[in-house]
Design a protein around this ligand. Structure first.
Ligand SMILES: *Cc1c(COP(=O)(O)O)cnc(C)c1O
Length: 421
C-alpha cells in the first residue's frame, strides 16, 4: 500500500505524481503500482514456499492483460471462470499448464477451448457439468483432468454476497456427496481425477474458517485415497482478506496462513494450488477521481465526484469500506468537514462513503479511493452511458495506459435502430 505515498505534499504512485496522471489521462482513472503487485505476489510466494505449490492468480479480481502479464513473468498461473478470462490469461503469457478453470456454469464451448489449450485442470462444480465435460473431452478424443470443488460447509464470515463455502451456497459439491461424486467420475472414460478443490469465500479475516475447511479437506483426501482415487493436488482457493481501513482488524499475515497449511499437509505428498486475487491486487490499485461539486446541504455536506458506482461498485454492492483522501496533503490541524462522498449516477446507492471527516474540499480537488485494485475495474459497467474508465500501470517513474477510455461514439457504434422503428 505504501507505494502510494506523499511526496512534497502530493500523493504519488511510486515516482509518478497523481496530478500528472490526472492531467495527462483524465479522471476518473484506475492507477496500479507494478511494484506493489510484485511485492504482494512475492510475499505470498514466500508464505507458501515450504510447499510444492502453484499460485493461480484469480483473474476475476483484476483481469487487465498487463497485470496478468506482470504476474505471469513472476511465475503466476491463473484461475479463470470464463472463456473470456481463459483467452486473457493465455494472451498474457500464462502457461496453460498453470491455468485452472473454476465456475458453476462452464459451457461446452468454454470447455472445448480449455481442453484445446490443455489447461492444468477443471474445478468441477456439479454432476451435470461433469457429464458435459466428459462428453466434450470424448468428442475431442482427449481427457479432462478434474478436481471437484468441494463445499465444506464452513462459515467464512464476511459479507453474505461473498461467502461461498456454506451448504446453501450455489458453489461446489457438498462434502457429504463427495465420495459418490468421485466414484462416478472414476467411471467416466474421458475424465481423469487429479485432486480436490475448495474456495470458501472472500475477504476472510481470520484463520479459523480456513483451518476448518483444511481439516475437512485433508480428511476427505485420505478417504478418497483409501478408495483408490489418485488424489495428487489440493486447490485451496483464495479468499485471504486485506486491510481496507487502517484502524480495522487486520487479516492474518500470509505467512501465518501458509505456515498453517504447510503444517497440516506435511507428509501428504500433495501439490497445493492457491488462487489469491484480492490479496495480490486489492491494495495495488487506487481509483483517482476529481471533485465536480461540493454541495452543502442543510443536514449533510456532499462531495460529488466524477467517479461513480458504475466505475467502482463495491460500496454499493457489498457496503464495502474504502479509505478515501485528497491527493494534496493538508497541514496537521487544518479544519475538517464531515462529508458524504458520492458519484453523479442517478441512484441513492451511488455513495462511496458516508460521514467521512476530510479536510475542506473544493471543486476540482483530486480524491483517491484506496484499495481499488481488485474487484474494481473488472466490475465496472457503462450505466448512465458513462464510458468505462481507463487503467494505468505505474512502474518507478514511468506509466502507461493499459486500457483506454472508450468514447461515447464507441459505445453507440454497437447499437442499431431497426428501420421498422
Ligand atoms: C473469486 C475467487 C477467488 C479469489 O478470491 P479472493 O478473495 O480475491 O482471493 C479464488 N477462487 C475462486 C474459485 C473464486 O471464485
Amino acid at each position: 500500500m505504501r507505494h502510494f505515498h506523499f511526496q512534497d505534499g502530493q500523493m504519488m504512485a511510486e515516482n509518478v505524481s497523481l496530478h500528472t496522471i490526472a492531467d495527462e489521462v483524465g479522471t476518473p482513472v484506475y492507477v496500479y503500482s507494478a511494484a506493489t503487485l510484485k511485492r504482494h505476489y512475492q510475499v505470498f510466494e514466500q508464505a507458501i514456499s515450504d510447499m510444492d505449490a502453484l499460485i493461480a492468480f484469480s483473474v476475476k479480481a483484476n483481469s487487465n492483460i498487463a497485470v496478468l502479464a506482470l504476474l505471469a513473468k513472476l511465475g503466476a498461473g491463473a484461475d479463470v471462470v470464463s472463456g473470456g478470462e481463459l483467452t486473457r490469461a493465455l494472451m498474457a503469457g500464462m502457461p496453460a499448464q498453470k491455468i485452472v478453470f473454476s465456475g458453476v456454469g462452464k459451457t461446452m464451448d468454454e470447455m472445448r477451448a480449455a481442453l484445446e489449450a490443455d489447461i492444468l485442470q477443471f474445478n468441477v462444480e456439479s454432476m451435470p457439468e461433469l457429464y458435459a465435460l466428459d462428453a466434450t473431452a470424448r468428442a475431442l478424443n482427449t481427457t479432462a483432468r478434474i478436481a471437484f470443488r468441494i463445499n465444506p460447509d464452513v462459515s467464512a464470515g464476511g459479507h453474505a454476497k461473498i461467502t461461498t463455502g456454506k451448504a446453501e451456497n450455489k458453489f461446489g459439491i457438498n462434502i457429504d456427496q463427495a465420495e459418490s461424486a468421485y466414484a462416478e467420475a472414476a467411471s467416466l472414460g474421458n475424465i481423469e481425477i487429479v485432486g480436490i478443490d475448495m474456495h470458501i469465500g472472500s475477504q476472510i479475516d481470520t484463520l479459523a474458517p480456513f483451518k476448518a475447511a483444511l481439516t475437512k479437506g485433508i480428511e476427505l483426501i485420505k478417504t478418497l485415497r483409501a478408495s483408490g482415487h489418485n488424489i495428487r493436488s489440493y486447490d485451496f482457493g483464495g479468499g485471504l482478506g486485506i486491510p481496507y481501513n487502517e484502524d480495522e482488524n487486520t487479516p492474518p499475515l500470509p505467512a501465518l496462513y501458509g505456515q498453517m497449511i504447510a503444517e497440516a499437509t506435511i507428509g501428504l505428498d500433495l501439490k497445493m494450488i492457491f488462487e489469491p486475487g484480492r490479496l495480490i491486487a486489492g491494495n495495488a490499485g487506487i481509483l483517482l477521481s476529481k471533485t465536480v461539486y461540493v454541495k452543502k446541504g442543510s443536514v449533510r455536506n456532499f462531495i460529488i465526484l466524477d467517479a461513480a458506482m458504475n466505475d467502482l461498485i463495491r460500496p454499493a454492492l457489498y457496503d464495502a469500506h474504502h479509505h478515501i483522501e485528497p491527493v494534496t496533503l493538508t497541514e496537521n490541524g487544518a479544519p475538517t468537514q464531515t462529508y458524504d462522498i458520492v458519484g453523479p449516477v442517478c441512484e441513492t446507492g451511488d455513495t462511496f462513503a458516508k460521514h467521512r471527516d476530510l479536510p475542506e474540499i473544493s471543486a476540482g480537488d483530486l480524491i483517491v479511493i484506496h484499495s481499488a485494485g481488485a474487484y474494481g475495474a473488472v466490475q465496472a459497467g457503462q450505466y448512465n452511458t458513462r464510458p468505462l474508465i481507463p487503467e494505468v500501470l505505474v512502474s518507478g517513474d514511468k506509466y502507461e495506459i493499459i486500457r483506454e477510455r472508450p468514447s461515447v461514439e464507441d459505445i453507440l457504434k454497437t447499437e442499431h435502430i431497426p428501420d421498422w422503428v
